[in-house]
Design a protein around this ligand. Structure first.
Ligand SMILES: Nc1nc2c(ncn2[C@@H]2O[C@H](COP(=O)(O)OP(=O)(O)OP(=O)(O)O)[C@@H](O)[C@H]2O)c(=O)[nH]1
Ligand SMILES: [Mg+2]
Length: 679
């Protein structure tokens, strides 16, 4: 997404001013009516969609075309896999996904037909993450908005997260503006996608008002939007809108101004503000972000903080910030309808109401999702412990987790598991949520060991229930059989199967969340990486069936040392290796996957017998089988109960909990004896 679009940049304005004139009407000289600070010229809009349907790219282009930035200013801020501005955190950039929802604010100037004056609007835009693990965040931030843009990929159509976010928007009584995005895709199927969205709304029980949704066709990446369906259909496979190469995103701004209601909150009522997001800063501590629903707040003012349990604390607002452009600007006061950040409150949590100390009344609470997945974090006690990391003690891990709890709301930590407080039970919303925490910690210099992720079982009326997920797989027609078999072996039930284009098939399943752990990598292997797989929580159902585990055993290193080329060659028909020659391994480390279902201890550090023959040249020519190099998340999905993932700043290794073979055997035997005694 190179930012070379000169028309987007034209008004050269100082950064982050509120007097910028975005996409000015050509030939206009009249000054815009200044936004009076009144709510009638304010819009609060959230951008929601399934993962990767182009939310952040679209918001980036709205920012670029807003004219609030000097030419070139935004290019410097863009980066990462998708070259985006709004995905500003390093992990977001590396992975090309949004992890945290973010606010920005733009100004838009228009002239109504026949009107003398230009009108200026302040638009708060909330970009949300699309991945299912962060669905709870979307639900919360929707509380800040008065309307939403629902983006749908012109080819993928309605996907699991489309359904989830749309259902939340309907619950929040927000009428969606549907943006059929990525209309430039050669495989766009615009009319079908609109029908899918309509069906989805009907299914979700939307009222007539919502069913009558306005539609915009756009290519966020190419920076255009139009109301003309025919033109959008013709744009398929092209990098501009046919017949209108200068098209920009103005139709989206117009639609926001026209269809999203201005906040109708009461400025004169007693203060009520809802905290929906937390930010944290080492200097000022917690920062509460949310929306003022009634009344006003002045900086330095005394307020009542109403907690979720109803207790009320008195506190003083330090600084008040409003959003402007990509940043925040300090302000003296905010009022009903505004989205703002409060600094300096003594204690503030998600869901707190900031209220008038003279008549404190709580707003309806926000939901914070229950964790669905849990793992144990513990000190790294492998023979290589302490070689890479700066922070290795359980005290340091504990402090770090405590800090994380300050703002990572969906995270829960049980500090009291394991002997001597050496283990922590960490629960989160899914593998990505916890994986990101681990990745962040490892980059900060932490070393730790992590156990197998466990789906959290919920007891409802005395019966154990497990989460059931809705799984969607799009795969090449040739791979349908193997995908069905894999999903079936994990108790997935097929619900829908339909063709998508000539070469691919769209499959929908219901599957226990347990069955999903480790499924992704297998489906990708079975389809040569061509499958697209998504899932979201569907419902709880009574636990049934035996535990689901890995079908294959592992190859375990016998000794510590360096992996040799010779040993890899000898082991090549035993399975797939996770290591390459030269890697340092220790006894008890998992070095590969066995072709059979039992574990096998192997000598991966074996040296070649020296002979008088010159064999070096031969060795160099033997090409080893491709190893499977496992990422952090792949390793977490891979391990079983008796195994751990060792995470250090430089490496991710999988290992047996008990490293020594004889001890492992003894533990297995006593476990077996116990099972038999029970039976
Ligand atoms: N063809 C095409 N691709 C697009 C368009 N907009 C975005 N993309 C691509 O789609 C991918 C995802 O874009 P993002 O903007 O990160 O999507 P997102 O919805 O913010 O994703 P999450 O925040 O992770 O849910 C990137 O590779 C983009 O380059 C578009 O208009 N057309
Ligand atoms: Mg995004």
């Amino acid at each position: 997404m190179p930012v070379t679009d000169s028309r987007a940049m034209h008004p050269v304005q100082p950064a982050m001013t509120t007097t910028a004139t975005p996409i000015p009407e050509t030939g206009s000289t009249a000054a815009p009516t200044s936004a009076d600070g009144g709510a009638s010229h304010l819009r609060n809009v959230a951008i929601i969609a399934h993962v990767d349907h182009g939310k952040t790219t679209l918001v980036d282009h709205l920012l670029m075309q807003s004219g609030m930035f000097r030419k070139g200013e935004l290019e410097k801020l863009a980066g990462g896999q998708h070259d985006l501005i709004m995905d500003s955190n390093p992990l977001e950039r590396e992975r090309g996904i949004t992890i945290l929802s973010k606010n920005c604010a733009v100004t838009y100037v228009r002239r109504q037909e026949g009107a003398e004056q230009l009108e200026q609007f302040n638009i708060n835009i909330i970009d949300t993450p699309g991945h299912a693990d962060f669905g709870g965040e979307v639900e919360r931030v929707l509380r800040m908005a008065d309307g939403c843009l629902l983006l749908v990929d012109s080819s993928e159509g309605a996907m699991p997260q489309t359904r989830f976010v749309l259902s939340k928007a309907i619950e929040a009584r927000l009428k969606p503006i549907v943006v059929v995005n990525k209309c430039d895709r050669p495989d766009a199927r615009i009319q079908e996608v609109i029908n899918e969205v309509f069906d989805l709304l009907v299914e979700l029980g939307a009222d007539d008002h919502a069913l009558d949704f306005p539609i915009i066709y756009a290519s966020g990446r190419n920076g255009w939007a139009t109301l003309d369906q025919k033109a959008a259909i013709e744009a398929s496979g092209k990098d501009h809108l046919p017949g209108n190469p200068d098209a920009d995103m103005r139709p989206i701004f117009d639609m926001i101004v026209r269809h999203i209601p201005a906040p109708e909150d009461d400025v004169n009522a007693p203060l009520q503000m809802l905290i929906t997001t937390l930010d944290y800063n080492d200097y000022v501590g917690r920062i509460g972000i949310g929306r003022v629903f009634n009344g006003r707040i002045n900086s330095g003012q005394q307020v009542a903080v109403i907690k979720a349990d109803g207790t009320i604390k008195s506190s003083k607002v330090g600084k008040l910030m409003k959003f402007s452009g990509l940043g925040r600007v300090e302000t003296d006061s905010v009022q009903a309808g505004d989205i703002c950040a409060l600094i300096g409150l003594e204690s503030v949590d998600i869901g707190d109401t900031i209220a008038d100390p003279n008549s404190p009344a709580a707003l309806p609470p926000v939901t914070v999702d229950e964790p669905t997945l849990s793992m144990t974090f513990r000190v790294n006690d492998s023979p290589f412990a302490g070689q890479d990391g700066d922070y290795v003690t359980s005290r340091q891990i504990r402090d770090r987790l405590e800090k994380e709890l300050q703002h990572n709301v969906a995270l829960k930590v049980n500090f009291g598991v394991g002997q001597g407080g050496e283990e922590f039970g960490v629960s989160g919303r899914g593998l990505l949520h916890l994986g990101i925490l681990l990745e962040t910690m490892r980059r900060e210099g932490f070393e730790l060991a992590v156990g197998k992720p466990q789906v959290i079982i919920k007891v409802i009326d005395g019966v154990e229930h497990e989460p059931i997920e809705w799984l969607v797989v799009d795969c090449p027609n040739t791979a349908v059989g193997s995908v069905m078999e894999l999903v079936g072996s994990r108790r997935g039930e097929i619900k829908t199967m339909e063709p998508r284009g000539d070469a691919s098939t769209h499959l929908e399943f219901e599957i226990p969340a347990r069955g999903l752990i480790g499924l992704r990598s297998r489906v990708l292997t079975a389809t040569q990486g061509e499958a697209i797989m998504h899932h979201t929580f569907e419902r709880f159902a009574p636990v049934s069936g035996a535990p689901m585990g890995r079908n294959q055993g592992v190859l375990i290193s016998l000794e510590s040392g360096a992996v040799t080329h010779h040993a890899c060659e000898l082991l090549s028909d035993r399975g797939v290796l996770f290591v390459v020659p030269g890697d340092k391994v220790y006894a008890g480390q998992i070095v590969g996957e066995h072709t059979r279902d039992n574990d096998l201890v192997v000598n991966i550090t074996r040296l070649k017998q020296l002979t008088n023959m010159r064999a070096a040249s031969k060795e160099a020519t033997v090409v080893l089988k491709q190893p499977r190099l496992m990422s952090l998340e792949a390793s977490l999905e891979y391990i079983e109960d008796d195994e751990l993932v060792e995470i250090t700043p430089k490496s991710v290794r999988t290992r047996k909990r008990i490293l020594e073979e004889s001890m492992r055997k003894r533990a297995e035997r006593s476990a077996r004896d116990k099972d038999e005694a029970k039976a």
